[in-house]
Ligand binder design. Sequence first.
Ligand SMILES: Cc1ncc(COP(=O)(O)O)c(C=O)c1O
Length: 394
Amino acid sequence: MDFSRETFLKHLAQTTASPYLISVERAEGIYLYSPDGTRYTDLISGIGVSNIGHRHPTVVKAIKDQLDKHLHVMVYGEYIQSTPNRLAEKLSTLLPKNLDCSYFVNSGTEANEGALKLAKRYTGRTEIVSCRKSYHGSTHGSMSVSGNEIKKLAFRPLLPDVRFIHFNELDDLDNITERTACVIMETVQGDAGVRVPTRQYMKAVRERCNKTGALLILDEIQCGLGRTGTLFAFEQFDIVPDILTLAKAFGGGLPIGAFISSHEIMKSLTHDPMLGHITTFGGNPVCCASALATLEVIETENILQHVETKGKLFESLLSHPKIKEIRRIGLMFAIDFESADMVSRIVEEAKKLGIICYWFLSHPNSFRIAPPLTITHDEIKESCASILQAIENA
Ligand SMILES: Cc1ncc(COP(=O)(O)O)c(C=O)c1O
């Protein structure tokens, strides 16, 4: 085994000057284990991925079963394969009628790229409306519609014809017009520090899109798959998007994303030009097996039913004078402190106590908690005691 820090820092491309640097030998449920036996409680689910915990046995079995049948056999969209078929069918039973056609891709950012291209192609329009402070991914298109100006500056020029509105502000909706191909928004903004819109706002967005003919893309890459207490967050706002994007927790630990729409809208990627979006590995059968098993686990283990109670328990236990504000929906939390510096110190202190928490990309004075939804009440109590200790120590 090679857990050399030097190799990691020298031969693996780095994304920050201060990576988290714990060594992981194995993971199970809500825990990660280092080679020296140290156990860490993963309160961030690998950033929104392990909603049903690490290596859920049903998921592991489904992956192994698929390994025994076949791996990649052809690029997306050509061969009929049982597992992607079953996954697409399962999704269509879980989603509203107009979301009956899935395009499987490799990541969240690719799901959004596909969704944006689809909206432009279907409407014949070019303008994209997005929200300030949003995060939709790190490739050029998704970055163009993300809100963080500092992150974008070094990579300009980006996509033209992107207009930004303030999230959850009714007055700004007039910016959606007959020129607009689509509005892309996170149903609950994640990296902005968990911003939950009002039902009134989301209904008004839907109405404005209906009125102008703009398609509504809801990005549930972070807030989907049970994180907010319902399988899809949009269910809580009584609206339905024209295109839904998923990734992260969707794959149960393997990389898969999807953009999902109606058969009629999706058809526009097949002609003039054909192959409107293509991907070699999209719909990889092993990833589809893992995703299908994840959906089955969420259903059969009644995971959604307990999310709100667990969220409330966390919230009631996390009381400390240094906490300025807690924003929460389901088991998705942003906890505000006085400064980004204080948050970094708390994250470091928590790590020493075996608790993994994190900050937010675009809101560094918030502390992120998004544990596996399978966390037990006792584990929540233990974790909160350690978090409070970390806050004291910081
Ligand atoms: C809301 C949202 N959209 C898109 C993405 C991009 O997903 P990926 O990192 O899989 O490309 C993320 C990742 O954090 C996200 O939180």
